[in-house]
Design a protein around this ligand. Structure first.
Ligand code: FRU
Length: 465
């Protein structure tokens, strides 16, 4: 394999070397964001699953730390450390010590064809973990039963966990993280085409109003040939049962690409902000010496819309403080410019930047950006955002999203060497994909096809080296 530094993101997390998939055990403690992640410490492909570890104070710069929970190779049993979560046990409910960090993960034992839930605790701030001697804490005798996500609800711990083949989520409750009681199940709703993995349950104030609490249930359900990667439900949770706001056949998607997957929210954040990280699935082109990256951290919001309560996402607000500290010379600002045809924005060739633009549609049938030679456009007639990529010199592959509309269209483009995340209208619709530009594919332009568009405002932060 040859090294691919040109595709190493600058402001997205990647392991120094080797494979990553899902983010695990996301937890914020004393000003530090912990990121554990599905990791193969030995090879640049999936296998030997362990929890890698990194920490950050701003969600932008990461410190790489040793593997926190390694795979376990026994005489007759191999235990791989699959996805899960971490909680801060501030009052020592588990008896593992005051302020112990407790990881709740899936032990995957391929020789036994078994997945069950294990716990492990850390008394050194999350650097190393000791497995609980009484593991497993939940075992339903199945080969597929995984990805426990634990949160504090009132005076108990609540776990959301998937039974993938059944396209089912189970909720369990516990007082001490060791003994778990099945509370209820949720299935046969939403998108059931693919197995369900990596569920999470998160309380959110609708429209930021503390009197309107709803619960967001997210499920990863897809793969490269599926329509999307993640879906969500909104509803009520009474401590036992999740009641979907919508009829069972309503399908709601977190992201309209197939790349964004296995996202889970941070535990223990201050205030009422909920922030998630997802994995960007590297299914086609290889990178070396690492493979896989995390998404930009995204704040989760629920908003009242004419079709009901919907999920909105924005790059985490904490990142703005870091962006604003960047040197002014690296920013490009424009206001009230009318574009027809193509307008090249000179001076940014790093393929690592952040664009925030608001357009007023004019006579053009579509408009948007050309980044690294590929088009990110908004189509007036269908109201769709689309991404068209060149498959060959004569063929382009166009992917459309769901409709988004408004008198003005805001488009945020986060492009970082090989990852592209597009947020439309403040995160009403999000589209994530990977792009692997060639050596000469640099630069940004604004375009308007068959007519014009007004750029009300445009800001670009160049984050490249
Ligand atoms: C999702 C997933 C999880 C599992 C982990 C294993 O990408 O399949 O369900 O815990 O990856 O690496």
């Amino acid at each position: 394999d040859t090294s691919t530094p040109q595709w190493r993101p600058v402001y997205h997390f990647t392991p120094v070397k080797n494979w990553t998939n899902d983010p695990n055990g996301l937890i914020y403690i004393n000003g530090i964001y912990h990121l554990y992640y599905q990791h193969n410490p030995f090879e640049n492909k999936w296998g030997h699953m362990s929890w890698g570890h990194a920490t950050s104070r701003d969600l932008l710069h990461w410190q790489h730390l040793p593997v926190a929970i390694p795979e376990k190779e026994g005489k007759d049993t191999t235990t791989w450390i699959f996805s899960g979560s971490a909680v801060l046990d501030a009052t020592n409910t588990s008896g593992f010590g005051k302020n112990a960090i407790v990881a709740i993960y899936t032990a995957d034992q391929p020789k036994q064809k078994k997945e069950s839930q294990f716990i492990a605790y850390s008394n050194d701030g999350g650097l190393t973990y000791t497995n609980y001697a009484g593991n497993p804490v939940i075992d339903i005798q199945r080969p597929d039963f995984r990805d426990p996500s634990v949160i504090r609800v009132g005076d108990k711990w609540v776990m959301t966990v998937a039974v993938p083949d059944d396209r089912k989520v189970q909720f369990y409750g516990s007082a001490d993280l060791k003994k778990w009681e099945l509370l209820s199940e949720f299935s046969k709703q939403g998108d059931n085409r693919k197995i369900w993995e990596c569920p999470s349950l998160t309380p959110i104030f609708v429209d930021g109003d503390s009197t309107k609490k709803k619960w967001l249930l997210m499920v990863s359900s897809g793969n490269p040939d599926a329509a999307t990667g993640m879906q969500y439900f909104t509803g009520d949770f009474d401590g036992k049962t999740f009641k979907n706001d919508n009829p069972a056949d309503v399908q709601l998607f977190v992201d309209y690409g197939t790349t964004f997957y296995a996202a889970i929210p941070y535990n223990n954040l201050p205030g009422h902000t909920q922030t998630m990280l997802g994995w960007l699935m590297p299914f086609e082109t290889g990178t070396y010496p690492w493979r896989g990256q995390m998404s930009i951290p995204r704040d989760l919001m629920l908003k009242t819309t004419s079709s009901g309560i919907r999920l909105y996402q924005q790059p985490a607000a904490v990142l703005n403080a870091s962006l604003d500290k960047l040197p002014a010379a690296k920013k490009v600002f424009k206001k009230n410019v009318t574009v027809s045809g193509e307008l090249a924005l000179k001076g940014i060739n790093s393929n690592s930047y952040w664009i925030d633009a608001t357009f007023t549609p004019g006579t053009a049938s579509s408009f948007g950006f050309v980044v690294a030679g590929e088009k990110i456009g908004y189509d007036i007639a269908s109201k769709n955002l689309y991404i068209s990529t060149r498959v060959s010199s004569t063929k382009v592959n166009r992917k459309d999203t769901g409709a988004v509309s408004g008198e003005k269209i805001r488009i945020q483009v986060l492009f970082d060497k090989s990852s592209l995340e597009v947020f439309v209208n403040g995160g009403e619709m999000v589209y994530t994909t990977l792009l692997f530009p060639g050596k000469d594919d640099t630069g940004i332009s604004i375009y308007a096809d068959r007519g014009n568009v007004k750029v009300d405002s445009l800001r670009i932060w160049d984050l490249g080296k």
